[in-house]
Design a protein around this ligand. Structure first.
Ligand code: GH3
Ligand code: MG
Ligand code: MG
Ligand code: MG
Length: 321
């Protein structure tokens, strides 16, 4: 497998062309620079994936070149081999590693050894890239609901938690909307679990398409979804909830294989108050109470939790609201 681009830095044209010949099969492209300054320019413009650099050069020497590259974001993890002359002391080589070199070779070197060292660093580079990819995938899996592709409950809690802290500090309101599909069990019972899954995915897509920028949507579990609105007002949150309720209620969930007469959702809304000291669990508990009220009022409706009449929430210290 060929790696993309090698930057060779040496003030000797002979050394540069020897390296180019030796590694011509390993890299798709080799670019050259004859001193540290043109090397930094080449690094920025050519974006090489590998650097081999001489130490003793006019202007900026190899040590300073390596430090400069390591200080740039794109250069933080690229493999760098330094070439030192026979006169280079152990101290010189250690300075090279201090500056951020990945490996070193003493000139004159055997071509086979250069190739072997390059291949070994490329192997590590590939493993690191694979690990990064896997980590990104794991992170996505850990925060995603498998059925709907929406954020999962865990992600929701984490995100809302930090937003609540911000809200507290900057005095903006936050609203939690707990959404439960009405009589969902009937769909499973009459049309089967697979159709139930399909309906849940469709509800997820609809809610996702209807939410506004900055609103956080997650599958809360089962046939429940949750939406958090940041920096909002009670009026705004109510309007939003009505928008979601009407969208689901007016959508035809029938398809080729089955007919669904009507599908509705009930919503419980809790607005994060300014004068209580709450955590996410308490806010969601309030939204759940409001949801229960929507259910008992006949479903397909929105209820708002009233803090004043409730015992939930600890009064925060400070002047009364
Ligand atoms: P209510 O209006 O009171 O909410 O009635 P309901 O039938 O929706 O409420 P209930 O809590 O009794 O039933 C929820 C159903 O949702 C039961 C469960 O089998 C179903 N369910 C939960 N998760 C899934 C899922 O991932 N896929 C499918 N197909 N069904 C699910
Ligand atoms: Mg030199
Ligand atoms: Mg439920
Ligand atoms: Mg339900």
């Amino acid at each position: 497998m060929m790696s993309d681009k090698l930057l060779v830095v040496d003030d000797s044209a002979r050394v540069r062309s020897e390296i180019r010949e030796t590694l011509g099969d390993v890299f798709t492209e080799v670019v050259e620079a004859d001193d540290g300054i043109s090397a930094i320019r080449a690094f920025v413009e050519e974006k090489p994936s590998f650097i081999i650099t001489d130490i003793e050069m006019p202007n900026i020497n190899g040590f300073r070149l390596i430090s400069a590259v390591r200080n740039m974001e794109e250069g933080a993890s690229i493999p760098i081999i330094m070439l030192s002359g026979t006169s280079a002391s152990l101290r010189d080589r250690l300075s090279g590693f201090d500056a951020g070199a990945s490996d070193f070779l003493i000139k004159p070197f055997e071509n086979e050894e250069l190739t072997a060292r390059v291949r070994s660093l490329l192997r590590v580079q590939r493993l690191v890239a694979e690990l990064k990819q896997k980590n990104a995938l794991l992170e996505k899996l850990a925060t995603t609901d498998e059925l709907t592709g929406l954020y999962n409950r865990r992600y929701f809690f984490d995100a809302v938690n930090s937003q609540m802290a911000l809200g507290c500090r900057h005095g903006f309101k936050l609203a939690c909307m707990l959404i439960d599909v009405d009589h969902f069990k009937r769909i499973n019972d009459t049309l089967g679990h697979a159709v139930g899954d399909e309906v849940l995915r469709k509800i997820g897509r609809l809610l996702d398409s209807c939410k506004r920028e900055g609103e956080l949507l997650a599958r809360f579990g089962g046939e429940e979804f949750v939406i958090c609105l940041f920096n909002t007002s009670t009026e705004n949150a109510l309007l939003g909830a009505e928008r979601f309720r009407k969208l689901i209620g007016s959508t035809d969930f029938s398809s080729d294989g089955h007919t669904i007469e009507k599908l509705t959702i009930s919503i419980g809304l809790a607005i994060y108050p300014q004068d209580f000291d709450l955590d996410v669990d308490e806010l969601l508990k309030a939204a759940d109470d409001a949801l229960y009220e929507s259910k008992s009022r006949g479903r397909d409706t929105v209820s708002v939790f009233e803090w004043e009449s409730a015992s939930q929430g600890r009064k925060a210290p400070g002047p009364p609201a």
